[in-house]
Ligand binder design. Structure first.
Ligand SMILES: Cc1cc2nc3c(=O)[nH]c(=O)nc-3n(C[C@H](O)[C@H](O)[C@H](O)COP(=O)(O)OP(=O)(O)OC[C@H]3O[C@@H](n4cnc5c(N)ncnc54)[C@H](O)[C@@H]3O)c2cc1C
Length: 394
């Protein structure tokens, strides 16, 4: 097969040919599905990942020894662009495992841990969730208070997580917990792989404004984690978190195959609104937002070092958020009164768009990262950074 560097020489065409043996082409009538909104059916995603597991198509950036294609970001972008031509089911339930946990394990876990977890994640046989945020630790994630206490070869974890996407049908959670409250906040955190089906774990779904109940409160009461399921060193969980969050920003910037400009134009034509100047204006703004997001994604990928998105990923996520909101607003403008008087894929999209500004780190936090780490501006005020965690007033 030609290499990604030889795109003109046929890499994209080879990818398309290989995919067309396994998948059906998308049609203009296929619904807009992004970030799994409005969908709870896991089976199509499982079947798709099974079908693509041979050849590594579902995980193009994973190394070959872990069942991927070993592609750099640029080659993977070609695969993803070609995948967008085909009918791809809702993969969001599997994306925490594939796009966040998998690459994080490769960076921080032992060879035995990778061998145990990466194959079932890649094949869609194991769903993972990200147990990071807590009621008082979201943007200030390092302020988390869930407590991990060592007991021989095991750890006992007690505390509460919240907004844990898909935890209600996850087999495993990538958990951050405080293992040492006597040191500054970033230094006392350890990462673990937590089995979700155990007596010390209670999961309660929360209803979102788009109608889904896809994220959860997770209560941990003496939940048990064997020490062999610790990811990275004791007290080194912050590095694990940073790797995972960097990959999350990258994953959220994709937009999904549903955000097609042609489909939006089709909606305008179908409602006889394509001649309306306000609709035309919204379409042009959407086109620009899609292009800006595409190009920022390309730039961030080109700058990515060793497969891990850098701080440029925050700019990419901000552009993707703007793209998503602009697209959803344009759909509502086209639908007019129908947009509020009925329910369907466009309404789900519109009610899901605001979450983009929060999940994976808020817009304000992304701007802080861009300001400090890309533009070199003075840092945010952080008065508690060097204080032992148990001495911080709360
Ligand atoms: C759909 C969805 C799915 C999610 N899935 C998961 C998941 O699977 N796992 C998980 O662990 N978490 C998940 N989250 C949680 C998400 O990461 C947090 O909501 C997010 O980090 C913000 O934290 P918070 O809600 O506690 O808001 P807060 O941190 O309390 O922020 C409140 C407001 O203050 C602003 N703010 C805070 N600090 C600063 C600052 N230093 N500078 C400027 N402004 C600031 C914020 O931007 C925000 O506007 C999800 C959230 C959503 C919406």
């Amino acid at each position: 097969m030609p290499t990604p560097d030889d795109e003109a020489g046929g890499f994209a065409a080879e990818v398309r040919a290989a995919l067309s043996e396994r998948l059906e082409l998308r049609t203009a009538a296929d619904p807009v599905v992004v970030l799994g909104a409005g969908n709870d059916d896991l089976e199509p995603g499982r079947a798709y990942l099974r079908a693509l597991s041979d050849g590594g198509w579902a995980v193009p950036t994973w190394p070959r020894e872990h069942g991927g294609m070993g592609l750099e970001a640029r080659g993977a972008a070609v695969v993803n662009r070609e995948l967008a031509r085909f009918r791809v089911p809702d993969l969001y339930p599997f994306m925490v495992g594939i796009a966040l946990v998998g690459p994080t394990l490769m960076a921080h876990a032992t060879a035995e841990q990778c061998a145990e977890w990466l194959p079932p994640i890649r094949r869609g046989e194991q769903i993972w969730c990200q147990l990071f945020s807590e009621p008082d630790a979201g943007s200030d994630l390092a302020g988390l208070t869930s407590r991990a206490t060592r007991d021989g070869d095991e750890w006992r974890v007690t505390g509460q997580k919240v907004w844990s996407s898909r935890a209600h049908y996850s087999e495993w959670g990538l958990l951050l917990a405080r293992s040492d409250p006597a040191v500054p906040k970033h230094a006392g955190i350890t990462a673990f792989a937590l089995r979700m089906d155990q007596p010390g774990v209670v999961v309660r779904p929360l209803r979102q404004m788009n109608g889904d109940a896809h994220f959860n409160e997770v209560f941990l009461d003496g939940a048990v984690v064997p020490d062999r399921h610790r990811i990275g060193g004791v007290g080194e969980g912050w590095a694990v978190a940073l790797t995972c969050l960097a990959h999350e920003r990258g994953a959220l910037s994709g937009g999904g195959p549903g955000l097609s400009f042609e489909r939006l134009v089709g909606l305008a034509r179908g409602r006889a609104r394509a001649g309306d100047p306000a609709v035309r204006d919204a379409l042009v703004h959407t086109y620009i937002a899609l292009e800006v997001a595409r190009l920022s994604g390309k730039r961030a990928r080109d700058l990515a070092k060793a497969g891990r998105p850098g701080p440029e990923g925050s700019g990419m996520k901000l552009r993707a958020t703007t793209m998503f909101r602009t697209y959803a607003d344009a759909a509502m403008r086209i639908l007019g009164a129908e947009g509020v008087a009925s329910e369907g894929e466009w309404q789900t999209l519109f009610l899901t768009a605001p979450s983009m500004s929060i999940r994976g780190g808020t817009d304000e936090i992304q701007r802080n990262i861009v300001g400090e780490r890309v533009l070199g501006l003075p840092g945010d005020v952080r008065v508690d950074r060097d204080v032992p965690f148990d001495q911080i007033p709360r």
